[in-house]
Design a protein around this ligand. Structure first.
Ligand SMILES: [Zn+2]
Length: 460
């Protein structure tokens, strides 16, 4: 997989160097001088990441002759620094020092360092501390602002050091989180195939090949991940980095994020679990979104798409104003509503084109079924893999009940213009029937009770 990373680096716009392997922390210093010459360095960490890697990283930089200024260390509790105000704080601190950031971070802290450096127009380097998400090599940062998650554009890091011994020593819940973020590449790949088949968004084969071929191997040893086996964590970590590089090369998250991610984004924007300690992670929510999305894919072969009448669909098609009203009714929170309206308008098909769109989907349906069949997994298989990796595998484990989950099938379809299977079903007029089947007698969600174990909700 390291060869794939090298190949991806040739096409990446921001990231120029990645070292991945066991015991590679001591190469941080030479990477820094290769990337930034004789620039000064400021280490950015929190109390936890400083505790596990601060001294060896510092020693490596010093050995390479890098001049270090006083490090910037956040408290050890992410809830205390996850907000955008801490990007401002770090940026203001950095603007007064002439130094390039070397962050020792995963998730939120990496995003804070990325965005603060990006806002100052400076490159940075990150030492990865956990295989917890695919954002390491991605452009853009996700930050909490006023209780909501927002995404900001900013360059990806110039360099990444992925020491697998360090990442394997991270708390197990962080690895489970990375597994949840990764497993969504299964149905999101299918979503891309649907969009490709319909001529809406073509698959980019170069980017596809960075993410999809190594995916099965990276997902294959959930027990090894739960046990902190460095080989299993290496496969996961490298595939997460490849996903980030694919997003960087594609300048979009399409290669790594589909309808399953939209479930997570809906809950994230609503602030669900953000104030828990530890906060409910992105990957934990994405894992459940993956189960939800694969539950839909499982029903596709049984749908009567041939029986859908394009003229009848066109006659009942929502006008743009009525579609806006539908979106507004689904999104009561003003901060989400405005974004959802814009995203839904971007993919709205006008009434006079409705019959042609429905006919297009009907014509390509057999090919869609054929192409997605080898790509997807069953929801039971996804849930089982998540469970074995030590990750949540039912939304009831983090306070999403059946009513909210059902509503999320509709809400999540409105928040992003990216075309997925949910849009195809909505346009066919079959989304309601699919969701009702999932929650009705014999349906996946009706037949899958909330487990008694593994609850993350502090009120449960
Ligand atoms: Zn993600």
């Amino acid at each position: 997989m390291t060869e794939l990373i090298d190949k991806a680096l040739r096409d990446s716009t921001d990231t120029r160097a990645i070292i991945s392997g066991r015991g590679v922390l001591d190469q941080t210093g030479t990477m820094f001088t290769d990337l930034f010459g004789d620039a000064q360095c400021i280490l950015v960490a929190d109390e936890n990441t400083w505790g596990v890697a601060g001294e060896p990283v510092k020693a490596s930089l010093e050995a390479a002759g890098v001049t270090l200024v006083e490090p910037y260390i956040f408290p050890g509790t992410p809830t205390l620094y996850a907000g955008y105000e801490n990007v401002v704080k770090l940026r203001d601190h950095l603007s007064a020092v002439d130094a390039i950031v070397c962050s020792i971070a995963s998730g939120t802290l990496n995003d804070i360092a990325k965005l603060a450096s990006g806002e100052l127009g400076r490159g940075y380097l990150n030492v990865c501390t956990a295989a917890s998400m695919d954002g390491y090599a991605a452009f853009g940062a996700t930050i909490t602002r006023d209780g909501f998650k927002i995404t900001r554009d900013c360059p990806a890091p110039a360099g990444l050091v992925a020491d697998l011994d360090l990442m394997a020593a991270a708390p197990q819940r962080l690895t489970g989180t990375g597994y949840g973020d990764l497993i969504e590449k299964v149905p999101s790949g299918a979503d891309w195939l649907v969009a490709d088949e319909l001529g809406i968004e073509a698959v980019d084969p170069l980017v596809w090949d960075l993410v999809q071929p190594p995916l099965v191997a990276a997902l294959s040893d959930p027990e090894g991940l739960a046990a902190g086996n460095p080989d299993a964590i290496g496969l996961l970590a490298e595939e997460l980095i490849l996903s980030g590089l694919a997003m960087q090369a594609h300048q979009s998250s399409r290669p790594a994020s589909g309808a399953g991610h939209n479930f997570s984004h809906q809950w994230e924007m609503e602030g669900h679990g953000l104030d828990w300690e530890p906060p409910l992670s992105h990957g934990n929510k994405v894992g459940i979104g993956t189960v939800a999305s694969c539950a839909v894919y499982e029903l596709l072969p049984g749908l009567d798409v041939a029986g859908v009448d394009p003229a009848a669909r066109a006659a009942e098609w929502l006008s743009e104003a009525d579609n806006d009203a539908r979106v507004e009714a689904l999104q009561p929170l003003p901060a989400i509503r405005a974004a959802a309206l814009a995203q839904s308008r971007a993919k709205y098909v006008p009434q006079d084109q409705a019959a042609a769109r429905v006919q297009l989907i009907k014509d390509h349906w057999p090919a869609i079924l054929q192409r997605v069949a080898p790509q997807v997994m069953t929801p039971a298989d996804i849930a089982d893999k998540l469970r074995r990796a030590g990750a949540p595998y039912h939304p009831g484990q983090f306070g999403i009940d059946q009513d909210k989950l059902k509503l999320t099938y509709y809400q999540s379809q409105t928040i992003r213009s990216r075309y997925t299977i949910m849009d195809a079903l909505f346009e066919l007029g079959l989304l309601d029937a699919v969701v009702e089947t999932l929650f009705g007698p014999g349906g996946y969600w009706a037949e899958t009770p909330v487990p008694t174990e593994g609850h993350l909700d502090p009120t449960s």
